[in-house]
Design a binder for this molecule. Structure first.
Ligand code: ZN
Length: 253
């Protein structure tokens, strides 16, 4: 069963959605109901180094290209397709992942991050990246066939609601936990490095620990979205979840 699920995701270019019964929220299967408990948003960003004094939310503007709001409530426009999606370098592929795609500008933004991580002895690898609307349709249909529609809706992102459709979002994986997109990724060399440094290169962790009442998704220490360096620094300094930060940014624009 594990293999067949892995193979499905691989063939669909969707690996990272979840396998072996693991629940992976925004990357595919989503945790059922949100049981709301109060969360201190200031505690949501893990391993937070001190904020850059020059990056304040007021200095950053909403960018309709990079800061599109999408979550369980907000759907992307019909036919939304990111520009310039390209296959990432082979050297970045995790495990047996292949053909993963991102926007060209995001690939360019990743270059210095991959290099910096390597200098720290960390080998960043990509498990899953861009997924088109149709790929998400296929994913959802797969889960309906396996689980039935009612349960599929509780465990898989409905097409049009995934950050992966943006072309700016990716899931990292680390060999030390067998490339699995589970919470233990946070303790891997990649997980630790990304939590501490990804924002410096423009990447935000969309679904932090304890954020489920706000984001609708469980902690996903592997899932990052590119929002540009100034915005990511301001997001990091804000202590807010990404969706709250982007909402505030848009409201001010
Ligand atoms: Zn993801």
């Amino acid at each position: 069963m594990i293999q067949s699920r892995r193979r499905f995701f691989r063939e669909a270019g969707l690996l990272g959605l979840g396998f072996a019964g693991v629940v992976l929220a925004a990357c595919g299967p989503a945790k059922p109901e949100v049981t709301a408990t109060a969360v201190s948003v200031s505690s949501l960003t893990p391993a937070a180094p001190s904020a850059s004094p020059t990056a304040t939310p007021a200095a950053v503007r909403y960018d309709p290209d990079l800061h599109v709001l999408v979550d369980k409530q907000r759907v992307l426009p019909d036919g939304f397709t990111p520009p310039n999606v390209e296959v990432i370098p082979d050297a970045w592929e995790a495990g047996d992942a292949s053909g993963q795609r991102l926007r060209a500008d995001v690939i360019a933004a990743m270059q210095p991050m991959v290099k910096a991580a390597k200098a720290d002895g960390v080998d960043l690898r990509v498990e899953s990246a861009y997924r088109s609307y149709n790929e998400q349709v296929r994913t959802f249909a797969y889960w309906v066939s396996v689980l039935g529609e009612a349960q599929a809706r509780r465990e898989s992102a409905v097409p049009g609601h995934s950050e992966h459709q943006l072309g700016t979002t990716l899931d990292f994986a680390d060999a030390s936990n067998r490339w699995e997109l589970v919470e233990s990724f946070a303790g891997t060399p990649s997980g630790k490095w990304l939590a501490a440094n990804a924002y410096k290169y423009g990447f935000a962790m969309s679904y932090p620990p304890g954020g489920e009442p706000i984001t609708g998704y469980v902690y996903e220490p592997w899932h990052f979205r590119y929002i540009g360096v100034p915005a990511a620094e301001a997001w990091h300094a804000s202590g807010k979840t990404l969706i709250e930060f982007l909402e505030a940014l848009k409201a001010r624009s």
